[in-house]
Design a protein around this ligand. Structure first.
Ligand SMILES: NC(=O)c1ccc[n+]([C@@H]2O[C@H](COP(=O)([O-])OP(=O)(O)OC[C@H]3O[C@@H](n4cnc5c(N)ncnc54)[C@H](O)[C@@H]3O)[C@@H](O)[C@H]2O)c1
Ligand SMILES: [Zn+2]
Ligand SMILES: [Zn+2]
Length: 363
């Protein structure tokens, strides 16, 4: 049995992606087959294509997706055909040492489908972030499907499955931003703008958006930045201090993930402030020399944010409701809707800084 569908595959390191036939098995025990309705193009897909994540080519790309459950395997009781879901890459196991200690957002043994999706010649595909959703149908673990209110448009909902959740969660969960905080966000792409939206939702009074592109700074203001800084034109640390009474920000979020931006985050926070690294560095990057005494005397917390420390079951339905109530403008992340054939072009637009998110819509 199984299904033959079209999917976007990265065949080898650095090569352009192609749309090709993908074989998707019927769901086995614990699995779900999902008809994908929309899937956003994330920078992490490009990292996969460039071999920046691992070398397990060929990849089935796409992981910021929403769709409708088509079939479930044996033993799946929490989902039924027809359910509208956002796919997640944190299907918590409930048993690992993080889960047992009451911190399931760190789960170290998350579930994925056990069967492989394959190319027509039988080659097994590595699905991006255990999802692989630039395809008409995808096979995931049932725990990777989070039911949400179907009143939200799929192209908006899908974005909560990765980058937008990572940014919102970096602000709300990892950064713990509360009303009255001052916040700086370095890198105002999809993830950084979501962090800005999260800071606004939490009641931060000063929100400084920092980027190297003027267009990105305009969008950052639109999401709630009270001040913007062009990192090409001025000293980022001095600018953040100037907007925070000379002290630095309570929380600084690095949504780029490079040594220079992390260093700026480190020095742009107030005493006892928090740095959140949500941008993903590539393996060759090194932390620059910082005197150990600076770590001690500045105090506070230096954190990383994996997927915004989210719990999909807790956070996705809540964020969808906030959006439907008009309190979280998720629709602003959708720069354009495209087809499967346009993913390579969307990567180019992303690299030129022209879009926040291109979202593939499937008929
Ligand atoms: N931690 C997670 O769970 C998680 C999840 C999704 C994405 N990410 C990562 O988050 C990062 C951002 O993703 P995105 O989709 O927003 O990418 P993006 O390309 O849309 O945004 C990056 C932004 O950073 C800006 N920028 C680049 N260099 C800069 C500098 N030196 N100073 C200031 N700004 C600079 C760019 O102009 C751009 O606006 C990526 O590394 C991505 O892999 C992390
Ligand atoms: Zn676990
Ligand atoms: Zn992503």
């Amino acid at each position: 049995m199984g299904h033959e569908v079209r999917g976007v595959v990265a065949p080898s390191k650095g090569a352009p992606v192609t749309v090709t036939t993908v074989q998707v098995p019927d769901p086995g025990p614990g699995e779900a087959l999902v008809a994908v309705q929309a899937c956003g193009v994330c920078r992490t897909d490009l990292h996969y294509r460039e071999g920046g994540i691992n070398n397990e080519f060929p990849f089935l790309l796409g992981h910021e997706a929403a769709g409708v459950v088509e079939a479930v395997g044996a033993g799946v009781e929490t989902l039924a055909p027809g359910d509208f879901v956002i796919l997640n890459w944190r299907a918590v196991c409930g048993h690992c040492r993080a889960c047992r200690r009451g911190k399931p957002w760190y789960c170290f043994a998350t579930h994925n489908a056990t069967q492989s999706m394959r190319l027509a010649d039988g080659t097994a595909l590595s699905p991006a972030l255990g999802i692989g959703a630039f395809t008409e149908k995808t096979l995931v673990h049932s725990g990777q499907c989070t039911k949400v209110n179907p009143a939200i448009a799929p192209e908006i909902a899908g974005l909560l499955g990765c980058g937008v959740m990572a940014g919102l969660g970096a602000a709300l969960n990892t950064g713990g931003i509360i009303r009255g905080d001052s916040v700086a966000v370095i890198g105002c792409g999809g993830v950084g703008d979501a962090a800005i939206a999260g800071a606004r939702l939490a009641g931060a009074t000063t929100i400084i958006g920092i980027d190297v592109e003027e267009r990105k700074l305009r969008w950052a203001s639109d999401f709630g930045a009270t001040h913007t800084v062009n990192a090409r034109e001025c000293d980022v640390v001095a600018a953040v201090q100037a907007y925070t009474g000379g002290f630095g920000a309570d929380v600084v979020i690095d949504a780029v993930g490079r040594p220079e931006t992390w260093r700026q985050a480190f020095f742009a926070r107030d005493l006892a402030g928090t740095v959140v690294l949500v941008g993903v560095p590539t393996p060759e990057l090194m932390v620059p020399d910082i005197p150990l005494l600076e770590f001690f005397s500045r105090g506070g917390a230096l954190k990383s944010s994996w997927y915004g420390d989210c719990l999909p079951e807790r956070d996705f339905p809540m964020l969808v409701e906030l959006h439907l109530q008009g309190r979280l403008p998720l629709e602003k992340f959708v720069s354009e809707t495209i087809t499967l054939e346009d993913v390579e072009t969307a990567f180019e637009k992303m690299q030129r800084g022209e879009v926040l998110r291109s979202v593939v819509l499937l008929p």
